[in-house]
Every structure is written in C-alpha cells, then in structure tokens.
Design a protein around this ligand. Structure first.
Ligand SMILES: C[S@@+](CC[C@H](N)C(=O)[O-])C[C@H]1O[C@@H](n2cnc3c(N)ncnc32)[C@H](O)[C@@H]1O
Length: 235
C-alpha cells in the first residue's frame, strides 16, 4: 500500500522544498522550526526525525540539539534522503533508509521524535498509522516526547471552506507547474482535503500508548502541532 507513496516521493525531490515554500508563503519554514523547538526544549540529545524527506526539520533539530547531540533522519525514499545528503549539514546527521512502521532502533532510544507534514502519508490506513505511532512510542525513552506537525481541518466552517478552496484552486495547479508531477500533487491535494481534524489525530496518538497528548492550532487550524509524551514508566 505504501509503494504508491514511495513512487510519488521519488518524483518530487528536486522541487519539493520550493513547492512548499511557495504554497505556504514561506510559513512552512517557521512551522518546522517551531516543531524542532518544542522537541528540543529541555530535552536530552538523541533526536529522531521520521519521514524526514529532504531533512528541513532534521536540520532545525541539529541547530537546536545540545552539544554532542545526535540527530537521525529516517525516510523510506532513497531520492528524498539523497537530496538531504547533498546539504552541507548532512554530514552531521545520521541518515537512515527506513519505513516508519518498522524502525531499525532499539526500544527506549530517543529523547524526542518529530514528524512534519508526513502523517498524511503514513495514514494510508488507520491500521498502518497506528502501527507507525506504536513504533514511535516503542523507540522513545520513557518521558520522551513525540512532536507531530501536520495540516489539519480548521474548526471554523468558514475558514475550512476557504482553506479547501485554496487547496483546490492553487495547490494542485501551482505544484504541477513547479514540479511537473501531476499525479503527485493530485495525491497531495486529496490527502490534505480528506485528512482528519486535530481531535481525531490526538485520539489516534493516545491509542498508540502515549500518556499525555496536547495540540496547538496554527493559522486558524490549517496546521496542528501535537505534543505527546511517553509515560515515565515507559507505559
Ligand atoms: C511530505 S514529505 C515530508 C518531508 C519532511 N518531513 C518535511 O517536513 O518536509 C513526506 C515524506 O515521508 C516519507 N514517507 C512516507 N511514508 C513513509 C513511510 N511509511 N516510512 C518512511 N518514510 C515515509 C516520504 O518518502 C517523504 O519523504
């Protein structure tokens, strides 16, 4: 089921960041910085960015990590990870080819895990997303945090309509023009329009075993950042 997603991300690495920056008027840069900041606040130094893509969040983590901190970027797309590997910061990040549903790390390894703008991609089914969230829980240390940043559904019906109109009218056509990958951005558009709201996502994270789950809405709820903690007892 994830084969199609892998194919999509093999077509877009060259223009991926530009498309995001244009479509969000650069706000995605600030949102990723915010995710990394929350992930590193008062935290130890083993940090994992899953579904890292071209690594913008992983690089933010690197800048904020304590001295001697370790940042690992994991993604199952070779072309996306290669794009990250071209960046000057990449030699200070450990790059791993891995599926989010089966991470090659021991239990209780990380102080913090981030995922940015990829939860839609691991939501090919509720079951698959649950498996990924359980995997994040498994590899987090007790007391560690999971930060999830993703587009959401604005609570106001008016804003939601406006947002969906913008996605239909601009995201697909503009992304097509910049990237030349029609199929990829048709998928992107549908995944944004059909994704769950922040409450439902919080429930899904809780079901994976996280003890506390809070979220903040940004830009009227177009984006949500969830913060979940693994219980100190590791349960
Ligand atoms: C929309 S991009 C997000 C990349 C990056 N996190 C960002 O903020 O720009 C989604 C990424 O998730 C990766 N991905 C999707 N499903 C995955 C899975 N099951 N396991 C690992 N990586 C996955 C894709 O290869 C792609 O690089």
């Amino acid at each position: 089921m994830t084969k199609g997603i892998k194919k999509i991300f093999s077509e877009v690495p060259q223009t991926y960041e530009l498309v995001n920056h244009v479509l969000t008027f650069g706000l995605d840069i600030l949102w990723r910085k915010k995710a990394a900041k929350i992930a590193t606040e008062g935290r130890g130094s083993r940090l994992l960015d899953v579904c890292s893509g071209t690594g913008e969040t992983a690089i933010n983590l690197l800048h904020l990590a304590e001295n001697g901190g370790t940042v690992i970027a994991a993604d199952f797309s070779d072309p996306m990870i290669r794009k990250l590997a071209e960046k000057p910061e990449a030699d200070r990040i450990l790059l791993t080819l891995a599926d989010a549903s089966s991470l090659p790390f021991r239990d209780d390894t990380f102080d913090a895990i981030t995922i940015s703008f990829a939860t839609r991609n691991i939501s090919v089914s509720q079951d698959f997303r649950s498996r990924c969230f359980s995997e994040f829980h498994r590899v987090l240390k007790p007391g560690g945090v999971f930060i999830n940043m993703e587009t959401s559904q604005p609570p106001s019906r008016f804003i939601r309509r406006l947002f969906h109109w913008y996605v239909r009218a601009f995201v697909r056509p503009m992304a097509n023009v910049i990237s030349g990958s029609k199929a990829s951005y048709a998928y992107l558009m549908n995944s944004i329009l059909n994704f769950c709201d922040a409450e439902e996502l919080a429930d899904s994270i809780r079901q994976a075993g996280f003890s506390t789950v809070d979220f903040d809405l940004m830009l009227f709820g177009i984006v949500a950042v969830h913060k979940a903690r693994k219980n100190e007892k590791g349960l």
